[in-house]
Write a protein that binds this ligand. Structure first.
Ligand SMILES: Cc1ncc(COP(=O)(O)O)c(C=O)c1O
Length: 391
């Protein structure tokens, strides 16, 4: 079937964070909402149908995760990446951020250091700090808008207190899809220094063109044993509100420790809709995903062309993956407070502020382009007009 990603959907009765939290988060309601990372598109039709059918059953009691649910998950990664995920090493959690936080709390102790590569998805910074661990920053190198890992800096930052590195693979917000070669180089440094890699691969399926997502643990047995992988269908298929994610552990001991902690909190089961939605997405979502990626790639081209022609003082990166575009606004010459105020009160657009992602995000802002092209155009027109008036 042909999906229509141009369809504009009113999310006002959608209980959506993206729209309902505009006033509390940005101080006004009349904003074009392009911040939090979910999509303004309907999920794949088979997913919607499966949820409807489940709702029709009318009984929403306690759930049990079936073999079929796990087979759908492992089958996806086997089929697409030839990656064998061992069933007995898969844990579930309501979300990737929950998993990261539990990993910090349960797997590290006071004084341990954790490396992150800024600018990066800000909950990485928060889960380390909020759990009382020491954050070590290994900023990415920005070479005229192309971001690469800084291995020399990484080596310098390592000491025997560093226990984990949290990797964003692919990377939010800079849109890099790390190559196998880059991951091998990083992974080897971590192995040499007894640092376990926690790889957040939630954006793994959202990659464009020739770029290839490499599941970190699929690289080699050595890498598998030295990593914990966070995965989820929620970003790919726009079902974040259903709250389900997976963690793939290297051994039974770590799996049990994680699962044991969630058990103590009473987090043992999925909600019933997430089970059918996730299973159906992994079994029948591929065609939708293919069409989605074509549309998103079109949006990437659109924003780049638009800015070049109409807002040359704002420079978008060209994402290799993710539906998040990193806008370099430094030519506007505004400090962070003023840039934030400019986007909200002059352009009337809600974006993720660059500084949330770390020091290196100053002068930047992040726009979510997973929306119909007309919405994207509206957002860019607003920014363009405000910039014209300002300059
Ligand atoms: C890199 C990354 N990890 C995790 C999440 C959120 O995951 P969850 O909703 O499963 O906590 C996001 C959402 O934007 C993300 O970009």
């Amino acid at each position: 079937m042909k999906y229509n990603f141009d369809k504009v959907i009113d999310r006002s009765n959608n209980y959506s964070a993206k729209y309902d939290e505009l006033e509390s988060k940005f101080g006004r309601k009349d904003l074009c909402s392009m911040w939090v990372a979910d999509m303004d598109f309907e999920s794949p039709k088979p997913v919607i149908d499966a949820i409807k059918a489940r709702a029709e059953q009318g009984i929403f009691g306690y759930t049990s995760r079936t073999d079929s649910y796990y087979d759908a998950f492992t089958g996806w990664y086997k089929r697409r990446y030839d990656w064998d995920i061992k069933r007995e090493l898969i844990a579930n959690s309501p979300g990737v951020v929950t998993s990261l936080s539990v990993l910090m709390k349960e797997f590290t102790k006071a004084g341990d250091k954790i490396i992150v590569q800024t600018p990066v998805y800000y909950p990485f910074l928060n889960v380390v700090k909020d759990n009382g661990r020491q954050l070590v920053l290994n900023p990415l190198k920005n070479i005229d808008g192309d971001y690469v890992m800084d291995y020399e800096d990484l080596k310098k930052k390592i000491d025997n207190k560093v226990k984990y590195l949290i990797l964003c693979n692919p990377h939010n917000p800079v849109g890099r899809v790390w190559t196998k070669k880059e991951l091998i180089k990083l992974g080897n440094i971590c192995i040499e220094n007894n640092i376990t890699v926690i790889s957040d691969e939630i954006h793994g399926e959202l990659v464009y063109g020739e770029n290839k997502y490499t599941p970190f643990a699929s690289i080699s047995e050595e890498f598998r044993k030295n990593s914990i992988i966070c995965l989820s269908a929620t970003k790919t298929f726009n079902i974040a509100g259903l709250q389900d994610s997976f963690v793939v552990f290297p051994n039974k001991k770590t799996y049990e420790q994680f699962k044991g902690f969630l058990d103590i909190l009473g987090i043992k089961r999925n909600n019933c809709f997430s089970l059918v939605a996730v299973e159906t997405a992994f079994r029948h979502g591929e065609e939708w995903l293919k069409q989605l990626l074509e549309y998103l790639e079109g949006n990437c081209r659109f924003i780049i062309d638009y800015c070049k022609k109409n807002i040359p003082s704002i420079k978008p990166n060209k994402p290799q993956g993710t539906y998040l575009v990193w806008l370099d606004c430094r030519d506007l010459g505004l400090d962070d407070e003023s840039l934030n105020d400019f986007m909200i009160n002059k352009a009337k657009i809600a974006l993720d502020e660059g500084r949330w992602f770390g020091e290196e995000g100053k002068g930047y802002t992040r726009i979510n382009i997973a929306c119909p092209r007309t919405t994207l155009e509206e957002g860019l027109t607003r920014i363009g007009k405000a910039v014209e008036e300002y300059l």
